[in-house]
Design a protein around this ligand. Structure first.
Ligand code: SF4
Ligand code: SF4
Length: 363
């Protein structure tokens, strides 16, 4: 798997109007305990059910470490950092040791301290990604985002962390794109990005508060599925371009936007078993090809029918069309029941496999 995007918690200190999931927001007292508890009770099983060999083969044939992105919400807030985030980092180190994934942490950056940086780097984090550099994060609009960047650069300097440039809006104060660091370079690195117009999330996903607030500028031709964070290649674990997204409780999705139903739960089953069980299914192969419009063709949903199902009035009364809306409609109409049936077959097969293994004589 080239990348695993793991949302550790819904808890956040902000409630941004462009956020892609309503659940990212502040929680207090017993609500915070409950939300963090969801991640606490699942993370050991999730880590145990990820592949032993956490790597992939790139286009040149070279084997490289998986990128594991740990995100919120905000993983650095009190109530999350010590209770969930650091224990997850420690469990990753226990599970894979020196053969572990590259760990990248996404944070807003506005509450970052030297202690946090020390706490992350000492627990194996390779990259700290500041994900708030846009005009949607309240308090960071306009030039204020650049003041945050200078502050963060000052915090990083004593740690010898090197800045990586992703590009994005062509403001000279953003670092120009830099080559991807060599796989054996363990960093540390830091980078800045946000909901900038020319990044892969530029038009904003038709999800969460971005959807409710009428902020997505996507058209039908904006195929998030074929972009980074989309569903393309999710089944091709072991190869470049493969990525899945995990929720705090272990639900797994082919994309960070998230489909209408999860593919399964990595808190209950091995990730590879879940993905293998979906190979060959026309709808999931269409997503894997980055062509969601073909999802239902073999089941009688023509591309025209898919386009019709993708065309809606958004919560602000705008005419809106996007392939992710059609994907939602197809999942709601067909795939919820099918995923349940596939899961039942998968569990039966795993049970039979385990029974066979336990019947073998021990040596
Ligand atoms: S966009 Fe980021 S900082 Fe804002 S509410 Fe969502 S998760 Fe929190
Ligand atoms: S079309 Fe479906 S699978 Fe593809 S990115 Fe959109 S929601 Fe995800």
């Amino acid at each position: 798997m080239e990348a695993i995007y793991w949302v550790l918690t819904w808890a956040c200190h902000r409630r941004c109007k462009h956020c892609y999931d309503d659940r990212f927001r502040p929680y207090v007292r017993e609500d915070l305990t409950r939300v963090v508890g969801e991640g606490q009770s699942a993370y050991r099983n999730i880590i145990a059910n990820l592949p032993d060999d956490i790597s992939y083969v790139d286009a040149s044939g070279a084997r490289k470490r998986t990128l594991m992105v740990l995100a919120g919400g905000e993983v650095l807030i009190d109530g999350v950092r010590e209770e969930l985030f650091y224990p997850v980092l420690e469990e990753i180190a226990r599970r894979w040791g020196d053969r572990g994934p590259h760990i990248s942490v996404q944070t807003t950056g506005d509450i970052l301290t030297s202690d946090h940086i020390e706490g992350m780097l000492s627990r194996g984090v390779r990259t700290i990604a500041i994900a708030s550099i846009d005009d949607f994060h309240a308090g960071l609009e306009g030039d204020r985002k650049f003041a945050l960047m200078e502050h963060v650069r000052g915090l990083m300097a004593p740690f010898g962390a090197r800045e990586v440039g992703l590009g994005g809006a062509r403001d000279p104060r953003l670092k120009a794109p830099t080559p991807r660091p060599a796989d054996d370079d363990r960093g540390p690195f830091f980078l800045f990005f946000g909901a900038q117009p020319d990044l892969w999330i530029g038009e904003l996903w038709p999800r969460g508060r971005a959807w409710a607030n009428g902020l997505s500028e996507a058209t039908y031709e904006t195929n998030f599925c074929a972009r980074w964070s989309g569903g393309k290649n999710f089944l091709n674990y072991g190869r470049a371009g493969s990525e899945v997204a995990l929720e705090p409780g272990g639900s797994v999705y082919p994309c960070c936007l998230k489909t209408k139903a999860p593919l399964g739960s990595v808190a209950e089953e091995r990730l590879i078993d879940i993905l293998d069980s979906l190979k060959g299914h026309p709808a999931f192969e269409a997503i894997n090809a980055g062509d969601p419009e073909a999802m239902g063709v073999s089941a009688g949903w023509s591309r025209e029918a898919y386009r019709d199902a993708s065309t809606v009035t958004d919560p602000k009364g705008r005419n809106f069309a996007n392939v992710c809306i059609g994907c939602d409609a197809y999942f709601a109409a067909h795939l919820g029941d099918e995923l349940a049936a596939i899961r039942a077959r998968r569990l039966a097969a795993v049970k039979a496999r385990d029974a066979k293994l336990s019947s073998l004589p021990s040596v």
